[in-house]
Design a protein around this ligand. Structure first.
Ligand SMILES: Cc1cc2nc3c(=O)[nH]c(=O)nc-3n(C[C@H](O)[C@H](O)[C@H](O)COP(=O)(O)OP(=O)(O)OC[C@H]3O[C@@H](n4cnc5c(N)ncnc54)[C@H](O)[C@@H]3O)c2cc1C
Length: 386
């Protein structure tokens, strides 16, 4: 067997890797920096299970939302620590209180983004907040299966392609499994993120302990980066001027499949879809947004029931039409800029500095505009505080 699915459409969901009981598939960093399956022909028995499990070859079933809500959690500290309205930690807390386990994306000790499992509320901060990096599924599907087989409740959160990968891997429905995906812009690779982390470490002469793409400490909900260094120094960085994040914004560095995403639609593969309600003020004048407001969709009865059973969740019904107008990625994928292909073609040959200078640095006028915007934001907040 040469190929499990079309390379350009491969999402790196790792369903093939997880399904292979012969250990014949490894997820390996390819020339473009993304994890891709590689088959060891010596170990492969040509059973075809990897091909049959792959959601590119066999799309996971989708359902249209049955409820759409503007939402946030009444738990202030959880809401502030999350990217959006903190719906994820509210659901996760409910599942953990019932003795369940929660899977989501966390940083490991080297700042790699990897799917991890938590079993207590104390560990929740590890999973909270968006890491705009493709997470490594590693053993998460297999562990999910093991927990479900023991009768434990599992809440699994991931990109739509990861939730589809999990569903195909499990091959049957579990009443005890709850899944969330999110409206997804697309993902750059962990390999590229590592280059950015090393650049920070060189610049600040310290190991990076944590990185938030969506710190709410300075400006509330939005994109503001916060770097925590080993010596406990904190640095706030203008998100648009962080090279890694600039590549994400401008859609230069996303995985090939993200430009033709089969999940950029209202038909969803999960029980609950999470997302930001960026345009909330257009529809609900006077809403205070600084702590974060989500726009979420209940896609199944199970999703609807769990949402309505969480007392701290504020749920205000919204129309699907508003959701589609607010969330472009509910009906189209990101557009591929011409620089994407040249970036990927030269990725393995260029150093970080060369990639940064050629692709990940905004024009001087854009930099000035962003710096000025931050000064205005700081002064406005200072005025409000005074
Ligand atoms: C790569 C990416 C692209 C996104 N694009 C959009 C978008 O275009 N529009 C939009 O409205 N929302 C998008 N989101 C979702 C949004 O950023 C929030 O994560 C979501 O609204 C949930 O916020 P919350 O406050 O409820 O919970 P949070 O506490 O912020 O929880 C985030 C949840 O997502 C999981 N997660 C974080 N990073 C990853 C990752 N790299 N891979 C898989 N799971 C992860 C966490 O484990 C956690 O379960 C995106 C998220 C990611 C990670």
């Amino acid at each position: 067997m040469e190929e499990i699915c079309n390379t350009e459409q491969c999402t790196g969901c790792a369903a093939c890797y997880s399904s292979c009981s012969h250990g014949a598939i490894s997820m390996v960093v390819a020339k473009d920096g993304f994890l891709r399956p590689v088959i060891d022909k010596e170990k492969c028995v040509n059973c075809g299970l990897c091909i049959a499990t792959c959601p590119v070859n066999k799309p996971a079933p989708k359902t249209e939302p049955i409820g759409t809500y503007m939402a946030w959690t009444g738990n202030e500290s959880q809401r502030i620590a999350s990217s959006s309205g903190g719906v994820f930690p509210a659901i996760a807390t409910a599942i953990l209180q019932q003795g369940g386990v929660v899977f989501g994306a966390a940083y490991d000790e080297h700042m790699n983004v990897r799917h991890s499992c938590i079993e207590s509320i104390d560990e929740l901060p590890l999973l909270q907040s968006s890491k705009y990096v493709q997470s490594d599924i590693h053993e998460a599907y297999r562990k999910t299966n093991a927990f479900l087989s023991q009768g434990r409740r599992v809440y699994f959160v991931g990109t739509p392609c990861q939730v589809a990968g999990l569903k195909n891997f499990l091959r049957k429905e579990y009443e005890t499994l709850l899944t969330s995906d999110f409206v997804c812009h697309g993902c750059p690779s962990n390999d590229l993120f590592q280059k950015q982390i090393h650049a920070f470490e060189e610049r600040y002469h310290s190991r990076v302990k944590n990185f938030s793409f969506r710190s709410k400490k300075r400006f509330g909900q939005g994109y503001d980066c916060e770097l925590l260094l080993d010596d406990n120094r904190r640095r706030f960085l203008n998100a648009e001027l962080v090279p890694y994040f600039y590549g994400f914004w401008k859609n230069i560095t996303l995985r090939d499949c993200c430009y033709q995403c089969q999940y950029a639609t209202t038909g969803r593969v999960s029980d609950i879809t999470l997302g930001d309600f960026w345009t909330v003020k257009r529809y609900h004048k006077g809403t205070k947004t600084s702590k974060g407001i989500s726009l979420i969709m209940a896609n199944t009865q199970k999703g609807e029931e769990i949402l309505s059973a969480i007392p701290e969740l504020v749920l205000i019904p919204e129309s699907l039409d508003v959701a589609i107008k607010s969330q472009g990625h509910l009906n189209h994928s990101v557009k591929m800029p011409t620089s994407h292909q040249t970036f990927m073609d030269s990725y393995s040959e260029l150093s970080w500095e060369e990639l940064r200078k050629s692709y990940l640095t905004p024009s001087t006028s854009y930099q000035q505009k962003m710096r000025l915007r931050n000064i205005v934001k700081i002064l406005t907040l200072y005025k409000l505080w005074k």
